[in-house]
Design a protein around this ligand. Structure first.
Ligand code: ASP
Length: 339
């Protein structure tokens, strides 16, 4: 039926009548299509490599989200590279038909300052669905790194100036920001090694190819718990309570006064996605954030599920705007640009 309607409309010349008929057809067809939404799998783009911290959040969330989406499958697609900007650009350009969403982190707010030629407008090219969680970070080292605790690490950094490699997931990634602040605070220049995500970076860290990394607890807690990496400190003001991370001191208590980095994840859709679809996705997100299993799983990874009004699209957007204003001047002052 849809094909027939479209076919007949193609036969009209570019006339005002055609435009009116097209608008009418869209108005009639849209509600019919939405009533059945979602009628095929939904793609959730993660702008980092599979198996990493953001991917883990997305895959856990995808499982619970479907309960609020008529049990439709939510397929995670990894589009890593350039600190998350490639995946975000792909979603900004995607069809606004309700079948493509983006799960991104703090990079959404840092990339406008870092990338002067960003392929999208962060505040204009997306619909904001809601904030998901907040995740602390940990400073970890390769298993063969000599220091066993933070004071020893400081001495080792001092003794190895100019020789230290620091892995990250590209400019604008959380690992980049945390590493940047760390180098500034310690006045230590390290060679940064960018990856498409901290999953491949973790592989190289475990293999001893890179020395240090500041990464989200969603990626590091299991490696720390298994004793596979050296763990030195957490990035938040308060120590963490997750058993695997509770023994780690804060950077703040170790002399880096005020060091406090906690990153967040949010859900987005291409601009123009129909409002009923956005409402349905927001309702599915709200239920997911109250799902005891999801909360438990996130807490075990050191993450905190959002329980305040930033799960509202308007508040989510306001929050990201505030984050852009917070990080922009710091990035500009550091003279860090990706282009
Ligand atoms: N979130 C990125 C990832 O999933 C890592 C980062 O931002 O540092 O790989």
């Amino acid at each position: 039926m849809l094909a027939t309607v479209r076919w007949h409309l193609i036969l009209f010349a570019e006339t005002p009548l055609k435009k009116t008929l097209l608008a009418l057809a869209a108005a009639v067809i849209a509600p019919v299509a939405l009533a059945a939404y979602p009628e095929k799998p939904i793609t959730l783009v993660v702008p980092f490599a599979a198996g990493g911290p953001t991917d883990k959040v997305a895959r856990d969330l995808a499982e619970v989200l479907r309960k609020g989406l008529n049990n439709q499958t939510v397929v995670v697609e990894n589009v890593g590279g350039a600190g998350g900007t490639l995946g975000a650009a792909k979603v900004a350009r995607a069809n606004a038909d309700g079948y493509t969403f983006l799960l991104h982190h703090i990079g959404m707010a840092t990339s406008p300052a870092l990338y002067r030629n960003l392929a999208y407008k962060t505040l204009d090219d997306f619909e904001y669905v809601g904030l998901i969680n907040e995740v602390p970070m940990t400073l970890i080292g390769r298993p063969t790194l000599p220091p066993n605790n933070y004071p020893e690490l400081l001495k080792w950094i001092e003794a190895n100036k100019g020789k230290i490699n620091l892995a990250n997931a590209g400019l604008g990634a959380a690992s980049h920001l945390c590493g940047l602040l760390l180098q500034q605070s310690l006045k230590a220049d390290m060679t940064t090694v960018p990856y498409k995500g901290t999953a491949p970076a973790m592989t190289d860290l475990l293999g001893g190819q890179v020395d240090l990394m500041c990464d989200q607890t969603t990626n590091t807690s299991s490696q720390i718990e298994a004793g596979k990496v050296k763990a030195y400190a957490v990035s938040t003001l308060k120590p963490l309570t997750t058993p695997a991370l509770a023994k780690l001191p804060t950077l703040d208590s170790q002399g880096l006064k005020g060091f406090n980095v906690s990153i967040w994840h949010g859900l987005y859709a291409p601009k123009g996605t129909p409002k009923p679809v956005l409402d349905m996705m927001n309702a599915a997100l709200r239920s997911a954030l109250k799902d005891p299993e999801f909360i438990k799983r996130q807490e075990a990874l050191g993450a905190v599920v959002v329980s305040d009004n930033r799960v509202n699209p308007a508040e989510h957007k306001k929050f990201v705007e505030a984050e852009i204003n917070k990080w922009g001047p710091a990035i500009k002052a550091a003279g860090q640009y990706a282009d």
